[in-house]
Design a binder for this molecule. Sequence first.
Ligand code: GLU
Length: 493
Amino acid sequence: MSDVRVRFAPSPTGYLHIGGLRTALFNYLYARHTDGTMILRIEDTDRTRFVEGALENLLKALDWSGVEIDEGVMLDENGKVTEKGEYGPYIQSERVEAGIYNEYIEKLIEEDKAYYCFCSQERVDKVRDQQKADGLTPKYDGLCRSIPLEEAKQRVANGEEYTVRLKLPKNRDISFEDRIKGKITFNTDDMDDQVLIKRDGYPTYHFAVVVDDNAMKITHVVRGDEWISSTPKHVYLYEAFGWDAPEYIHLPTVLNENHKKYSKRNGDGMVEDFIEEGYTPEGLINFLSLLGWSPDSEEEIFSIEELAKQFDFDRVNKTGAVFDKRKLDWVNGHYVRDLSVEELAERIKPFMEKSGLIDESYPEEDLKLLAETWQSAVDKFSDAPKLSKNYFLDESEIEWDEEASQVLKEENTKKLVDAYLEKLGEADEIDEEFAKTIMKTLQKETGIKGKNLWFPIRAAITGSVHGPDLSNVMILMGKEKIEERLNYVKENF
Ligand code: GLU
């Protein structure tokens, strides 16, 4: 095992977002690539955003995806949240309870690198509003910076409410080297005296992230690039403590199809939604790996093991990565195509049942035939009921597509439908023999052939002139259903 230690450090405020999974994945791939350690730490010091059950949901989604955690917070064999590792606890609220942050904040205060601030929230807001109105960058005006430490301590002892703020030096450049974006510099005059300890006594993210990354010996911080503007604060804190900062790798933003940030706030893009739509973990992971990273070849289909072999930050892009759902479907489709017919039947079953088209009594053989019939067109399991619904629905519920409706009104169609019904009357059931020969028979008897034969029959039976192997469809639907359907077409078109 190498000494590379990376971490995924989510703040669980609901479900795992696809952007979060991409971050977790890139951490994981790098850990595996370097034979390092993948750590999961929970950053829950913002108690106002606490959501019950969010942690379990997050870990379950991660577990489903195949991104494995070596150390920190994880699920045990029974699916219960547990922690493993020698740098724990790995949940920040537990670290607060254990008093871990106290000595660090005291050290900064004693060394005049942080100060007590007694300004009320109203005052802070007012100052900011005024600055905004004056066209300035809003930040704390430093009123409490110069309160002598002894006096501040006395006020704290008297029970006055306070926060602790970072005391940034004036007009100093703070630089760091980002592995992807290169050298980045901020001037402290453009930065805020960041709150490190909040009024409720909890550390802020900025303070806890530095203390913990250092305590947990994190070597590489891999996260979304929305954190770049926070990084100089972190870098300054490392310097203030006299610690070495980790290497920074900021990943390109995940953009939606309108090239805007694919954000949690719109409520979409949760990993759970993709599970519910019937994507495979392999497909989703493969797709996410290409969101900001590209391999050294034209190849685009990779298992997670193969990705781990090839992945490095050198091939991570600087600019935003667009989440293209069609591409996701295309990638996922590869994994659907790879399944055996039996596996596919098994996987589409819950989706067919949920849509109400079939119930548990539906014969396994038919489900397999359905899977075989649609395997080349299903990109995600929820496609199966969408594609096949017309075989099951009542005639009155079917959507006959435009082209089919047109074809069904033609004179040829009536002739063909009658001929088909006649042949059906002579048969006991639609078996393979019937299904494979009926089109030839109709051609012989009516003299109609090619498109003029196939389109009307397909339209009458399935509601569309296009579709998969028609003989399979006939077998699936069976004599009774097709008879019903053809009679309906005769009467209604
Ligand atoms: N807790 C932060 C988040 O919710 C983590 C940022 C970081 O990785 O430093 O994304």
